[in-house]
Design a binder for this molecule. Sequence first.
Ligand SMILES: *Cc1c(COP(=O)(O)O)cnc(C)c1O
Length: 360
Amino acid sequence: MNVFNFSAGPAVLPKEVLQRAAAEMLDWHGSGMSVMEMSHRGPEFIAIAEKAEADLRRLLAIPDDYEVLFLQGGAIGENAIVPMNLLGQKKVIDFVNTGEWSKKSIKEAGKYAQVNVAASSADRNFCYVPPRESWKLSPEAAYVHICSNETIGGVEYHFTPEVGDVPLVADMSSHILSRPIEVSKYGVIYGGAQKNVGPAGLTLVIVRRSLLDRALPITPSAFHWKEQAEADSMLNTPPTYAIYIAGLVFEWLLAQGGLAAIERKNIDKATLLYDAIDGSGGFYVNPVEKKDRSRMNVPFKLRDESLDGAFLEGAQARGLLQLKGHRSVGGMRASIYNAMPIEGVQALVEHMREFQRSHG
Ligand SMILES: *Cc1c(COP(=O)(O)O)cnc(C)c1O
């Protein structure tokens, strides 16, 4: 059966990438080795890592004064690693709280610094991004932290906030590479790979080089950006296989026409799904303000929650997998990352319409 996987993460990967990885599994390019068996310091793997970085730089048009790091620890790890690397002599960090992942970042950073919540959408259950004019930033902040796509709540920034001379730091775990971004507006961009980039285990950090001299002395070497940058992310053994797969995903994205082309596809997919929700007369509901809706993660509820089980069973029977919403929210969530073809969204919308017809 043709299956469509709507998991929030680890998530769907392009079929072409998996096929290529399968074909190269036992013998990468005549080396006689699987990528998993290679030394990270050998010429084969160095070539793989260098190509991956070059392709990522091309995709995001990353300026030369930015370092690209391939680390471990995930985005939750970075919630602690970012303050350790950026606090310097400062005491305060500004946060914008837009939901579950913001809250986790705030809690972790509170172990290292004083946290100022400059803006929050908690007043309306995190259904919007607080407009920039409402943010109460502290001039002495080490940096301003945002979560630019809330994977659980389905809230996404469709603008890049201006924050003056204070570095802007963004957790982009669940929408990085879904569209072009202006890297130069950010001090640091980070994300776990397992949503829209590749397998779990790889963490991407893109950091402006001029910010590399602010690490606290307690920063562990493996998570010390400057030390890792000087060692080409190989101060410790990097997640080699995950880097290899991410590299294949970067090649796939370039072959799709790059991020402007993938953005158009993502807009088409998201529009199709939100139109189906909004056109259901309240049978399906998405609570997020239209201008702040995520193109990647689409949570929705059935008006009658007692039908949730039947909806999921019917979806499963059609090969529409992992649609159950996050345990903290309930309902459904369709994650429609880059690798989800429009046919998957069409099949979901068809299921939603038929289900409403038979249960509405
Ligand atoms: C998934 C996710 C995380 C957590 O990532 P881990 O790799 O599990 O640490 C953090 N932030 C966002 C926005 C996420 O989607």
